[in-house]
Design a protein. Structure first.
Length: 332
């Protein structure tokens, strides 16, 4: 059985399937519902049922007040739908809606993507899950080592599992610690999320994404989120790699292109970085949709975002349709 859930404020709709909670169904559908845990202990996923029937599907420790119960308030993580429902729930719309968090996490996996790149997978406690929007970053720290800021490569649909893409030859102390010493099960501290590079979910304009080197991680998160939302507009991904770097997820990007009719992927290389970047951006502009009718997403080092920003503005892209994040310490 499946049931339709409509969110009163935004009008967003999604379906629940089988025994999954309303919160789980929202995550699967790319909806940014408020929560902090997945165990019924924090109360952050409280919502009011405006119409329809729900049923408790798990124990919870959080105590709803009598007034909340009279207003049909429920915990989304501990209730499933029994009919189509309209619900009044808190939903994050932009980065300012997400609180900064500090969480102790465990290293769940350290795997080689290629010979030169690592996917570092972190796991939060079930009682304190990271809330973030696709495209944002986290700061990771180990005692005695300089903290490191990285784009989150995974989708917000599962805030318990966080992925980071690391270039093994990056000389940053944290990266070298991961390469040389870090072990599965080790404890780390993460803070965040930070950054304003997030998906403009209500736009129907074609999307042009340009990422440099490991800043691709943020674009991967945004693309997976867009797929979860079933966005219909075209997405053009241009992944630029500089000297010594690789398109380490090239096959993954090509699988998107094969599976999605409106997705276009173009890997690009530059040799001399800053002096060559302008030429590459000009080539991207020449093959992109009309610059005045797109949403532009930029992720990479500051020199790149400055060049790309200025060139697209010169070609008519409005400032309010350019979403960018530059963080030089996530680019080796």
């Amino acid at each position: 059985m499946s049931f339709k859930i409509e969110l009163k404020t935004s009008g967003h709709c999604f379906e629940t399937i089988g025994e999954e909670s309303i919160l789980e169904a929202g995550f699967r559908s790319g909806i940014n519902l408020a929560y902090s845990c997945l165990s019924g202990s924090c109360g952050d996923c409280r919502a009011k049922v405006i119409s329809g029937d729900v049923e408790k599907n798990g124990h919870y420790d959080f105590a709803l007040t009598e007034a909340e119960k009279l207003q049909n308030t429920i915990l989304l993580c501990r209730n499933k739908a029994k009919s189509d429902c309209i619900i009044d729930a808190v939903e994050a719309r932009n980065a300012t809606d997400i609180p900064e968090q500090s969480i102790q996490v465990k290293v769940a996996k350290i795997e080689n993507i290629t010979e030169d790149y690592i996917n570092l997978q972190l796991r939060t406690p079930r009682t304190k899950v990271l809330r973030f929007l696709a495209g944002q970053q986290i700061q990771v720290s180990v005692k005695g080592i300089e903290s490191y800021t990285s784009g989150i490569a995974s989708c917000p649909c599962n805030g318990m599992i966080l992925q980071m893409h690391l270039y093994k030859n990056d000389t940053h102390p944290f990266v070298q610690y991961v390469v040389q010493q870090m072990a599965v099960g080790e404890s780390l501290t993460i803070q965040g999320p930070v950054g304003n590079l997030t998906l403009e979910e209500d736009s129907s304009r074609p999307i042009v994404m340009i990422a440099v080197d490991t800043a691709f991680a943020s674009m991967k998160s945004i693309i997976e989120h867009a797929i979860a939302l079933d966005l219909q507009q075209a997405i053009h991904l241009y992944w630029i790699v500089t000297k010594r770097h690789q398109h380490y997820h090239d096959n993954y990007c090509r699988s998107w292109e094969l599976a999605l009719e409106t997705f276009v992927y173009q890997p690009l290389n530059v040799e001399s970085e800053e002096s060559d970047m302008g030429r590459v951006i000009d080539a991207i502009i020449a093959r992109s949709p009309i610059e005045t009718e797109i949403d532009l997403y930029l992720s990479g080092p500051k020199y790149f975002t400055n060049i790309a920003h200025d060139k697209f503005v010169q070609h008519g892209t409005p400032l309010q349709r350019i979403f960018e994040e530059n963080s030089d310490n996530i680019i080796a």
